[in-house]
Ligand binder design. Structure first.
Ligand SMILES: Nc1ncnc2c1ncn2[C@@H]1O[C@H](COP(=O)(O)OP(=O)(O)O)[C@@H](O)[C@H]1O
Ligand SMILES: [Mg+2]
Length: 244
């Protein structure tokens, strides 16, 4: 029998300290995320959850001192968001931007072609994308609309999930994906997330509503407080936090 020493892919953040306009946001934060596992980042409003996700992807407003971020032990500190996306990092924003003059169709086609090095033509991509949209109950009429402009919360969230379906990223940060949804939308989104979650990816839920994670297996929980990771634990930590 062979014993294969498989390296488990992971995203690691070491000693992250960040500021916004000289105000500390995170101090010496160490976190790691492994493929096959799912994570939950909890913390009160203003504890730095969104800042953490934005920092991982890169955001101009944060001043970062002396950190190291790696994917499979390769340092990616200086990579652009675009390069990080190609490595398999994905962030679904808490506040999803609406972008005029960019059609949803062209946006999806561009990110797909860029990440896969394919060059699907207009027609080929249309035939390719419509079944995906059907799966998430999104009418193909949306393809002609400006990206997220006047979309409902539910529609915007579905566009994020559609991108996950298309790009098959490995490290998926979902920042409050449950906000702004009614009960039915909420149930559907949990179901879709459950379908997308497999052994080749890792979901990182940033939330303070716990229902969204009822249907997925959470392996590790990080709690942010006072600029730090105050507690780390397994799913039982969620129960404890709920009571508090
Ligand atoms: N542009 C900004 N200017 C000043 N303070 C900011 C800015 N963006 C975020 N912050 C502050 O950073 C802290 C963390 O915010 P955030 O990451 O959004 O928290 P969370 O997502 O956990 O609610 C908060 O105190 C917030 O007010
Ligand atoms: Mg937030």
């Amino acid at each position: 029998m062979f014993l294969v020493n498989q390296k488990k892919s992971m995203l690691e953040i070491k000693n992250l300290t960040s500021y916004v306009q000289d105000k500390p946001i995170l101090k010496n934060v160490n976190l790691s995320f492994q493929i096959w596992k799912n994570y939950c980042i909890l913390g009160e409003n203003g504890s730095g959850k969104s800042s953490l996700a934005l920092t991982v992807m890169w955001h101009p407003k944060y001043e970062i001192t002396d950190w190291k971020i790696t994917v499979d032990w390769q340092e990616i500190n200086d990579m652009s968001p675009d390069q990080k996306a190609k490595l398999g990092i994905f962030l679904a924003f808490q506040n999803i931007p609406e972008i005029q003059w960019i059609k949803l169709f062209e946006y999806l086609r561009t990110i797909y072609n860029n990440s896969t090095w394919e060059n699907l033509t207009f027609l080929k991509f249309k035939n390719f994308i419509i079944p995906y949209m059907d799966e998430i109950w999104l009418n193909s009429e949306f393809l002609r609309r400006d990206l997220n402009v006047w979309f409902s919360w539910w529609e915007k969230r579905k566009i994020e999930l559609l991108q996950i379906k298309l790009l098959k990223p490995k490290y998926i940060f979902l920042d409050e994906i449950d906000s702004g949804l009614d009960v039915d939308a909420f149930k559907s989104i949990s179901k879709l997330i459950n379908q997308l979650n497999d052994k080749n990816n890792c979901f990182i839920f940033i939330t303070h509503h716990f229902e969204i994670i009822n249907n997925v297996n959470i392996d590790q929980v990080y709690v942010l407080k006072n600029w730090k990771v105050e507690e780390t634990g397994d799913k039982t930590l969620i129960e404890k936090i709920k009571k508090e």
